[in-house]
Design a protein around this ligand. Structure first.
Ligand code: GMT
Length: 372
């Protein structure tokens, strides 16, 4: 098949999932056309089946707000026409779904049929999408999609709760490739032998409650020796640094900045902290589990579908730093228990096997293509 994948090219989860999906599909022999405003950060392979089309928005004195959605629509029309795509797959509804619908309408006039699938990832429904300002267009474009998927059962429920959706929704979870990889990273550069490593990876936005990461860490440190590694960057970074100073944890905290590949640094961690306010899935937690790191998280949204409390880690109510610290210590203070949870984390991650998930998408592509 010739598949167009529309995505955000950045480090956010939806971009990572879309890129990894495209890479896997290309390996299976499908021709993949990534369409975005810049080169996807995780697109680190050379493959004869992978193509990239950049959406450019020309500046013009009249444009206070460059019309990205129109530029994307025109690019979609051009790529679909010239490359003869069979199907479009959009990751994150805003503004990809409405642009795809418009492109579909334009091409219909020329007798070209192009079905599109919208994959909802999280804040396109639970935060930004719910905004009354966006709601009408999101509702309309979801209803116009030839198929809609969500990355968790929880996000599916939220979609029906917040929007007037007439279609069925398929849940196709995010995925990971669990391999027995040897990493060359030196743990001793980050912590002493008798220190545990706690880690958090995100884009440091408010919804991630990154201050709770620091507070939980400070509490855990009252009892055991440990270091905190914070991977990523974002709007809360300055506040996080201030809190580290206030709680006097700076000497034990490392901000790495944004990393292209997080698996290596995660592989030296003992626990992963994810105290998010809302999280449709929690890909970062899955990536940690895949390299054997148990997860201390909140129980919000789709997280409990990924992190199984009492098996791959523990879950607490949003904001309950005391409970998260207590759960972290419960694992860190018992060597055997921690080792069991590390093994369980890998076993749980294996349930989100890349091949099975990719197969579900392939079936869905075929279904919408044959619907014509
Ligand atoms: O909403 C975001 O944080 C960004 C979004 C994205 O597009 O990168 O993340 C969402 O999608 C990820 C991939 O499906 C999920 O793992 C995240 O849980 C989800 N984030 C939220 O729901 C907050």
């Amino acid at each position: 098949m010739k598949i167009g994948i529309v995505l955000y090219p950045t480090y956010g989860g939806s971009g990572v999932v879309a890129t990894e999906l495209g890479k896997s599909l290309a390996k299976l022999g499908h021709q993949i056309h990534f369409i975005s405003y810049s080169f996807p950060v995780r697109l680190d392979v050379h493959d004869k089946n992978i193509f990239y089309h950049e959406v450019r928005v020309n500046s013009y004195p009249l444009f206070k707000y460059p019309p990205y959605e129109s530029a994307l629509t025109s690019k979609l029309v051009d790529v679909i026409r010239f490359e003869k795509l069979d199907v479009l797959h959009l990751h994150y509804a805003i503004p990809h779904a409405s642009a795809a619908h418009m492109a579909q309408q334009i091409l219909q006039e020329e007798g070209i049929y192009i079905p599109f699938i919208t994959t909802l990832h999280g804040t396109d429904i639970t935060l930004v999408g719910r905004d009354p300002f966006f709601k009408p267009i999101i509702t309309y474009s979801i209803n116009q999609s030839d198929a809609v998927t969500t990355v968790s059962e929880s996000l599916k429920k939220d979609t029906y709760k917040y929007f007037n959706i007439k279609n069925g929704i398929d849940v196709i979870p995010n995925f990971i490739c669990v391999e027995d990889k040897m990493f060359s990273i030196k743990r001793e550069l980050y912590a002493k032998d008798d220190e545990f490593i706690l880690c958090h990876v995100s884009n440091f936005r408010k919804v991630k409650r990154v201050q709770d990461v620091i507070r939980t860490f400070a509490k855990v440190r009252e009892t055991v020796n440990c270091k905190l590694i914070l991977v990523g960057d974002g709007p809360e970074r300055d506040n996080m640094e201030m809190l580290c100073r206030e709680l006097e944890t700076c000497d034990h905290t490392l901000f790495t900045g944004t990393l292209n590949n997080t698996a290596e640094i995660l592989s030296i961690a003992d626990l992963f902290l994810l105290p998010s306010e809302t999280e449709s899935f929690g890909l970062a937690a899955l990536e940690a589990m895949a390299v054997g790191v148990p997860v201390i998280s909140t129980n919000t949204g789709g997280i409990p579908e990924v992190n199984i409390a009492g098996f791959s880690g523990y879950t607490s109510n949003v904001g309950d730093v005391e409970d998260m610290a207590k759960n972290a210590l419960y694992l860190l203070e018992d060597k055997d228990r921690l080792a069991t949870f590390k093994k369980n984390a890998v076993a749980q991650a294996k349930k989100f096997n890349v091949n099975e998930v990719v197969d579900k998408y392939v079936k869905l592509y075929k279904k919408v293509i044959n619907k014509q």
